[in-house]
Design a protein. Structure first.
Length: 907
């Protein structure tokens, strides 16, 4: 309500600007008169009293000039503040050192294969390097993470999370209440916290002996989770929490927002040695040298360079190749600096560049806005500059003075913009963090201003001061001394020159603002288009029900899971409104994509170096026979699996149209055979089987869908028969005749009737589409750029208002002559508005051309964006012209109220 009241007050002020100006004049005259009367009562003559009063208050026009300067500082502070906000976020993601001990000496150790690609080290290799390295003081491992379940807590998404997620346009999946809950858990070596210099908020952190086989299971809580779920109760230390039905002792708590070498805060930290206890593989799989276990970190010893460390570790790698030639063949070691996070990957850089460009345009608008104020101020100081020049002042010295004045103004704006940026970014981080359910963990961006942020603000303030101050300063120095010393110190040439400059500033502001607003509209409409894209399957009437944590350590054996699925499907099928229930290894557009090499059976496979498999890859899913019917995917030719083929894992396969075109472009693929996978392929996760078939018959071809990525149709996809022994995890897909979201509560009740402790995640497939990164990037980008665009529109309107106002003031004499010669007030108003409209229309034309170029660049990196969306271009252009003309109409009304007799005596 307070914000809405401020908006209404601002709108009233804009509509009654002339009245506010006259009220300001009256108030200043009152204060000058009252001050003079006090002096007269003290014996000062009236004329002297008025002179002293004007000196004290500076005069009405000077006081109004100071108010205008304050407006310029605020406009500039807005532009600098937004730029500093974006740079601070960029600094936190890519430039700021990790919050660890000795970040300059922190190194990452990676395994390399032929071709130079980096990968994770196996756990045995890590142990060997840790025990034999002489150049690194200590080596510790981060071994990834997983979701674990507990029945000891009830963790739900907060109202803030649901509110913020809804504002961004997506819905969070629902966790069923009353049963086991999922928590994010990260595995690290026993010396991980010691290496990074972490300190506990309560209890202790891991010791090396905690990470030994057979050691008692222990866990460390994150400070964020400790505060939100346990209210910072120190008695939590020493208590027991059951994770995947295994009792763990809570030995300590990290400080709040502690991320270590990560980019996010997990809920739990656990030693690597307990992974087998939680069902994530076995001790034997952990000791497998061919499986990457994680990222290794270490500190360089004093006097040791990164090159020295890499050379030593490659000597150790050669020893491993000699000892294990069948596993370590062609492998080496790469040492890289881990001082910075470097969380911006190559695909995200175009988005970063676009954001930087948007805020740079906003700063350009602010600079043009302030430049227009300085241009008007230079007109008022024309006589002063003429006197200085007549007295012998050099133009270079005057230029320096004017630039110093503009630079000081910019530095003052920077002093205002820096705390504004800090407050804004802190608010954004808090809002985004509140959108993340606590069972996922937390984000912890370090956005506190430091010397780099301060230096950036000072630098951009100095550059801005020169940018907006140079042109008005040069224009002021073109003053003719003779004409400036006359009573009417203006000449036609200078008026025309200043008019052209004012028009150019309006053109720049309108064009820059239009680029921001049009591309904001394109991004928002692109995100809506991404939601409306046809994925090739029915996402509006299907619910995704995931039993992701039904694993052996939770008491769900293969036989139990198979029986559980059967009971669930029978229970759900009996619900009114449910038309079909099917099962798959993964739901479309849900992540967890899997790929497998595939080729034509009996054909010579492509040759690769070192025996590397060079066959093309295809995505795959294991499905039940009614999968295509349940998701509304039409079968183009052939058939789906039979129940017997699914139960016996028959060597048959259904392929997508793209796969058929890839392998048999001019033939009927039915009856053809594919070789799928490799006999020695290793699964990405424990408990998961990788498909392998030396000869699978193609029995059907289905329509292409977007099950892997929302931005493109699957290039190649295989559907394999699902049996009860294939997957520990399970995904049920429920088709309903009504709304999918209305079925969630009923499905939850059905699950609880079958197994009250079963951890289940529910979400309509439509929600999964809205949670897709391609939608989120366009949506969030559109929201942020819209905010920047609205700020730019506000500044541009202020600039138009100010420049038209000064133009009317300068032309008061001319307007008086026109009205004395018979011009009517509406004609004068039309004259002013026509001259105001010309630069606006030119700026609109330039802005549309620039927007078309920028939108083509964005369409190459953002899905769903139509670079020539007529509605966005036309709608935004008309809106901007209307708002800008309104901003110009407000001061133009003064021209209609000019008294010809007063105007003819002007100056």
């Amino acid at each position: 309500m307070r914000m809405w009241s401020r908006v209404r007050s601002w709108l009233r002020a804009v509509m009654r600007w002339a009245r506010m100006e006259s009220e300001m004049d009256a108030e200043l005259r009152f204060h000058i008169k009252a001050f003079a009367e006090d002096l007269v009562r003290g014996g000062v003559p009236h004329e002297e009293a008025m002179r002293r009063a004007r000196i004290e208050f500076g005069g009405i026009e000077q006081a109004k000039e100071e108010c205008r300067e304050a407006r310029g500082v605020n406009a500039l502070a807005l532009g600098i503040g937004v730029n500093t906000t974006v740079f601070t976020a960029f600094d936190a993601l890519a430039l700021r050192p990790r919050p660890v001990k000795d970040p300059d000496r922190l190194m990452g150790v990676y395994r390399t294969k032929e071709g130079g690609n980096r990968g994770a080290l196996s756990y045995p290799d890590y142990v060997y390097y840790r025990d034999h390295s002489k150049t690194l003081s200590e080596l510790a491992m981060w071994s990834g993470g997983m979701h674990v379940t507990t029945s000891d807590l009830s963790v739900v998404a907060s109202e803030d999370a649901l509110r913020v997620a809804g504002a961004l346009g997506f819905r969070l999946p629902q966790l069923l209440q009353g049963g086991a809950q999922r928590l994010s858990c990260v595995f690290v070596s026993g010396n991980y916290f010691r290496l990074l210099g972490a300190r506990p908020a309560a209890g202790r952190l891991f010791l090396p002996e905690d990470d030994q086989p057979g050691a008692p299971p222990v866990v460390v809580l994150s400070g964020n989770f400790w505060e939100s779920q346990f209210h910072s109760n120190p008695d939590v230390v020493g208590s027991t929490i059951h994770l995947n039905r295994v009792a763990f002792t809570i030995v300590g708590v990290t400080t709040a927002d502690y991320i270590g070498a990560l980019s996010a805060v997990p809920v739990l930290w656990a030693p690597i040695a307990v992974r087998p206890l939680l069902g994530d593989g076995t001790r034997e799989s952990l000791e497998n040298r061919s499986v990457g276990a994680g990222i290794v970190y270490g500190h360089l010893k004093a006097g040791i360079s990164m090159t020295d460390a890499e050379a030593e570790l490659n000597v150790l790698a050669a020893q491993l190749r000699a000892a294990y030639p069948e596993v370590e063949r062609n492998s080496g070691v790469r040492v890289v600096s881990e001082r910075k996070f470097n969380q911006i990957d190559s695909e995200a850089w175009p988005i970063v560049a676009a954001t930087m460009g948007a805020v740079a345009l906003l700063l350009l608008i602010a600079c043009a806005n302030v430049a227009s104020l300085l241009l008007a101020r230079a007109a008022a100081r024309r006589r002063e500059i003429g006197v200085r020049l007549a007295l012998g002042a050099g133009r270079r010295r005057l230029l320096q003075q004017l630039l110093i004045e503009s630079t000081l103004t910019a530095l003052l704006a920077g002093a205002v913009g820096l705390p504004l940026a800090s407050w804004t970014l802190h608010l954004l981080v808090v809002e985004i963090a509140s959108a993340i359910p606590s069972y996922w963990g937390a984000i912890a961006l370090q956005v506190t201003p430091d010397i780099r942020i301060f230096g950036y603000t000072v630098l951009i303030s100095l550059l801005t001061g020169v940018l907006f101050g140079l042109t008005p300063a040069l224009q002021a120095l073109r003053t003719d001394v003779n004409s400036a010393l006359k009573d009417n110190g203006s000449v036609l040439g200078q008026q025309l020159s200043k008019s052209r400059l004012r028009d150019l500033l309006i053109v720049a502001q309108v064009a820059a603002c239009l680029v921001l607003l049009i591309n904001s509209a394109l991004l928002l409409r692109g995100s809506q288009r991404a939601l409306r894209v046809d994925p090739g399957f029915d996402s509006k009437h299907v619910v995704h029900l995931s039993l992701e944590m039904a694993e052996p350590s939770n008491g769900y054996s293969q036989a139990r899971l198979f029986e559980l699925n059967r009971q669930l499907m029978e229970e759900i099928a009996s619900i009114p409104g449910v038309t079909s229930v099917t099962e798959a290894s993964r739901a479309p557009i849900s992540g967890g994509n899997r790929f497998v090499p595939v080729g034509i059976a009996d054909a010579e496979p492509p040759a690769g170096k070192g025996g590397e498999d060079k066959r093309p890859t295809a995505g795959y899913s294991y499905i039940l026979p009614n999968y295509f019917e349940s998701l509304g995917v039409p079968i183009i030719s052939g058939r789906s699996f039979t129940i017997q083929e699914a139960e016996t894992e028959a060597p048959v396969v259904v392929i997508s149209e793209a796969t058929a075109r890839r392998f048999w472009p001019d033939e009927n693929p039915l009856g053809k055979r594919l070789v799928i996978g490799s006999a020695n392929a290793r699964p990405p996760f424990a408990g998961e089987r990788v498909p392998f078939s030396p000869s699978s018959e193609v029995i059907g071809v289905v329509r292409d869908v977007r099950s892997l990525f929302l931005n493109k149709v699957d290039e190649s996809y295989l559907y394999l028969p699902l049996s009860g022994s294939r997957y520990w995890t399970s995904t049920l897909l429920v088709r309903t005749s009504g709304s999918a979201s209305s079925l969630l509560a009923t499905l939850g009740s059905a699950v609880r009737r079958v197994d009250a402790n079963l951890p289940v995640v529910l979400a309509p497939l439509e929600w999964m589409v809205s949670f897709n990164p391609y939608f989120l990037i366009s949506r969030i980008g559109g929201i942020l750029s819209s905010i920047v665009g609205v700020l730019g529109l506000f500044l541009a309107c202020l600039g138009v208002y100010g420049m038209v106002g000064y133009s009317v003031m300068e032309r008061t004499h001319e307007i008086g002559i026109r009205m004395a010669l018979g011009a009517r007030p509406p004609q004068v108003l039309g004259l002013v508005l026509r001259e105001c409209a010309r630069p606006m229309l030119l700026g609109t034309a330039i802005g549309i051309a620039l927007s078309a170029a920028v939108s083509r660049l964005l369409s190459a990196i953002l899905f769903g964006l139509n670079p020539m969306d007529a509605i966005s271009f036309a709608g935004v252009s008309l809106l901007l012209i209307a708002v800008a003309l309104f901003a110009g109409w407000l001061p133009s009304r003064r021209a209609m109220r000019v008294d010809p007799m007063v105007a003819l005596r002007y100056e």
